[in-house]
Ligand binder design. Structure first.
Ligand code: CTP
Length: 401
């Protein structure tokens, strides 16, 4: 439909970037990026009458079309940054597309596929992206790529791990010199945060962090930071827990990156930890999660550690006041296996414990609506943790007594 519409409007339209890369690799990718040669704004707005939601940035000539069913497509105008020259022969792709693709990070991301009806499916590959996909290499398009945008160093490390690729030699050399030359230190905190978040939400975080440590990336991003063996051990444990326990853990997808962030700053001096969090402009609640993780590890160890038995109730009552991600961090950071085991027990099982009876059951049993019901349910939950009730009948008996 997108291609047909482009055709009707005499525009050339292409799918570009990560989608094309993943398509050629046979991987799923839900992020459709379209580039239009011509007026992308008119193209985007034309969908408004088809029951789609659209949003445009007039200034950048980009925008988004959200189709019914929430399928989102980003649309951009091919950017020409060099002077334009007349196209002598009719081609599938005009020069503005070539210029647009040349501005991208790696050759494997610089391919396009035409979606116009007459040339539907034609792969446009000016810079050897397909060859590099085949030899599994990440290669920049030109030597100033990381100078233009130093976040590409972080994107590169993430992509390399995700795709199982290697950096082409010259690209790797450019990464090292970008790091040495202090380019990463010039990035705004918000951009660094966005890239770190993407890294820490990847499926395999540990190898990326290892490589970042080897390349001194953290030092280049945050002055004074010390990512030592302890930090790396915590990152490895976090990765392990997430992989092994993913389906048993509470839903923490959105926040999990904060545990990794806490892990990498764990061994740094207080002032470095604060300066790092300041730089990243975390939201108040995110910052609290990280600070509690770092500041209260000892408290947690005292509260639920030790050789003596700890009841489920005790473990539950202490940990329920901490965000799940904070507790997960403690489980990875503690040196005490008992503490680790107890936290994991909480995160995989205890946190889900609830009474079978609900508020309205208690009303039916004759209790007045109001705070008393909440109190009874709370006591019932603790009774369940103590193993005093099992069935619904047990609960009713327990309440009546
Ligand atoms: N891009 C770039 N430089 C950046 C960020 C993005 O050149 N600093 C280009 C890349 O060509 C990329 C495209 O913009 O393919 C779209 O960016 P994004 O959606 O972030 O990347 P994808 O490759 O689509 O997605 P991901 O890497 O998350 O799989």
């Amino acid at each position: 439909r997108l291609g047909r519409r482009a055709e009707e409007m005499s525009l050339k339209a292409y799918v570009v970037g990560g989608f094309v890369r993943d398509l050629l690799l046979g991987k799923e990718n839900q992020d459709l990026d379209i580039v239009i040669e011509g007026d992308a704004l008119a193209f985007i707005k034309s969908w408004e009458t088809d029951g789609c939601k659209v949003a445009v940035h007039e200034r950048y000539k980009t925008g988004t079309i959200v189709f019914p069913g929430d399928k989102k497509v980003d649309v951009a105008t091919a950017r020409r940054e060099f002077y334009e020259y007349p196209v002598a022969l009719p081609k599938v792709a005009g020069d503005s597309l070539k210029h647009d693709l040349y501005r991208r990070d790696f050759t494997v991301n610089s391919m396009a596929i035409s979606i116009n009806r007459t040339s539907w499916g034609t792969l446009i590959d000016y810079f050897g992206g397909r060859r590099d996909l085949q030899s599994r290499q990440l290669r920049v398009l030109h030597n100033l790529s990381f100078v233009e945008d130093p976040t590409r160093v972080l994107r590169g490390l993430r992509l390399k791990q995700r795709l199982g690729f290697e950096f082409e030699d010259n690209t790797f050399r450019l990464i090292k010199s970008a790091v040495k030359g202090g380019l990463l230190g010039l990035l705004s905190g918000t951009r660094v945060k966005n890239e770190l978040k993407l890294i820490f939400m990847e499926e395999k975080v540990y190898p990326i962090v290892l490589e970042m440590v080897r390349l001194n990336i953290f030092e280049a991003l945050f002055s004074g930071i010390k990512v030592d063996r302890n930090c790396i051990r915590i990152v490895r444990r976090l990765s392990f827990f997430l992989r092994r326990l993913r389906y048993d853990l509470p839903d923490i997808e959105e926040d999990v990156w904060l545990a990794f962030l806490a892990a990498v700053i764990f061994s740094s001096a207080d002032w470095v930890q604060h300066a790092t969090l300041d730089k990243l402009h975390l939201s108040k609640s995110n910052r609290e999660i990280v600070e509690k993780a770092l500041d209260d590890l000892g408290t947690a160890e005292n509260a639920i550690g030790g050789k003596g038995m700890r009841s489920y109730e005790e473990i539950y009552l202490f940990l329920r006041d901490a965000p799940y991600v904070t507790a997960l961090f403690w489980a990875a950071a503690t040196q005490q296996w008992r503490v680790r085991r107890r936290i994991l027990l909480y995160l995989t099982r205890l946190h889900r414990v609830n009474p079978i009876l609900m508020g309205r059951d208690l009303v039916e049993l004759g209790y007045p609506k109001g705070p008393l019901i909440g109190k009874i349910l709370e006591e019932l939950l603790l009774a369940r943790l103590r193993g005093e009730v099992e069935t619904r009948e047990d609960e009713i008996k327990w309440v009546k007594s």
